[in-house]
Design a protein around this ligand. Structure first.
Ligand code: SF4
Ligand code: SF4
Length: 65
């Protein structure tokens, strides 16, 4: 019998150019997937798509891919 295994991890969030680098999202991420920068970025492999970053961002920069 052949068993097919499929990844069930949901799509990661990403941060758009709207980011003003306030840092609020990085403090909220439970898996520390958010990296500082002129525009913050999300490690797609680490992100568990909890949405916490989107919930605190003042400009709505984190979006689901
Ligand atoms: Fe972190 Fe959750 Fe945002 Fe993914 S969706 S980067 S896990 S806060
Ligand atoms: Fe950028 Fe929004 Fe994160 Fe602030 S909360 S660093 S504006 S993505």
């Amino acid at each position: 019998m052949i068993i097919h295994i499929r990844r069930t991890k949901p799509m990661a969030y990403k941060i758009t150019e709207e980011c003003i680098a306030c840092g609020a999202c990085a403090d909220q991420c439970p898996v520390e997937a958010i990296k500082e920068g002129d525009v913050y970025s999300i490690d797609a492999d680490a992100c568990i798509s909890c949405g916490a970053c989107a919930g605190v961002c003042p400009v709505g920069a984190p979006v689901e891919e």
